[in-house]
Design a protein around this ligand. Structure first.
Ligand code: OAD
Length: 244
């Protein structure tokens, strides 16, 4: 493990403004597959078949079935120690917690105000009128929207080619960040992959926590902590705000 500036700061000496970005690696130890590792979801499914607006227009039943399976997997997964540690951190003043994950394991671990930039698998959205409601276990193309009645219901998640949610709020937090951490994300999908550059440009200290350092990690981050999130994240959080 790399010794980080954060760990030299001493326990309980967290900066006033921290932004944490999480990715699929955070939930890997909870049994939810990542996207780009050896057994990742994008090894088994083509993005253009299941994760674009065009795919939904072409074959809504296939797309809805794909997300039904992911909803079921997310519902049975349990938060791991990394979720629990970030949940504790989220109650610390000045912390902004952003996730690319569509599962709700951070909330189930007790985190507050989690910003889901890629949406949530437990949500449904009407593509016709933008009404949102709690997704049923299984969604079908003919399901009518509870508000407008049209059969244009989709999961409330962000597909490739769509704008991630809450970007203004995230950019405001990044603009004031003193510490930015990217946890369990490969840094291949923008705009999230560019947050570290934004944070660096405003003078924040930057750190990644990942199973293995991502490509160019030490060019892009001040420090890289390698290891499974369930082990590294609790230690990192303890280094920031002390033991729970
Ligand atoms: P990826 O699958 O691209 O990357 C997951 C990262 O987690 C990799 O760098 C792994 O090395 C790391 N990892 C795996 N297990 C880990 C563990 N136990 N502890 C720590 N790190 C671990 O997933 P994301 O970067 O989250 O978007 O993917 C970003 C976006 O691409 C997703 O939100 C999704 C996907 O397509 C949409 O669907 C719009």
């Amino acid at each position: 493990m790399t010794v980080t500036p954060a760990s030299r700061r001493g326990p309980g000496r967290a900066p006033d403004r921290i932004v944490v970005l999480t990715g699929a690696g955070l939930s890997a130890e909870s049994g939810i597959p990542t996207f780009r590792d050896g057994d990742g979801l994008w090894e088994r499914h083509r993005i253009e078949d299941v994760a674009t607006p065009e795919a939904f227009d072409r074959d809504p039943a296939l797309v809805l079935r794909f997300y039904d399976m992911r909803r079921a997997a997310a519902a049975t997964a349990q938060p791991n120690p990394a979720h629990a540690a970030l949940a504790r951190l989220s109650h610390h003043p000045g912390v902004t917690l952003v996730t690319q994950n569509i599962d709700t394991l951070l909330e189930r671990a007790g985190a507050r105000d989690v910003i889901h930039m890629h949406g949530r698998i437990d949500g449904a959205l009407c593509a016709a009128c933008d009404h949102r409601w709690t997704a049923p276990a299984a969604m079908a193309p003919a399901d009518p929207c509870p508000a407008c009645g049209r059969p244009r219901t989709r999961p409330d998640i962000v597909w490739f080619g769509e704008m991630p949610y809450h970007m203004d709020q995230i950019e405001q937090a990044l603009a004031r960040a003193q510490l930015f951490a990217a946890i369990g994300t490969s840094g291949q999908v923008y705009p999230a992959a560019g947050f570290v550059d934004f944070a660096r440009a405003v003078g924040a200290e930057t750190v990644e926590l990942n199973l293995v350092p991502t490509d160019d990690a030490l060019d892009r981050f001040d420090a890289s902590i390698a290891g499974p999130a369930g082990r590294t994240v609790p230690a990192w959080v303890e280094g920031l705000i002390g033991p729970g």
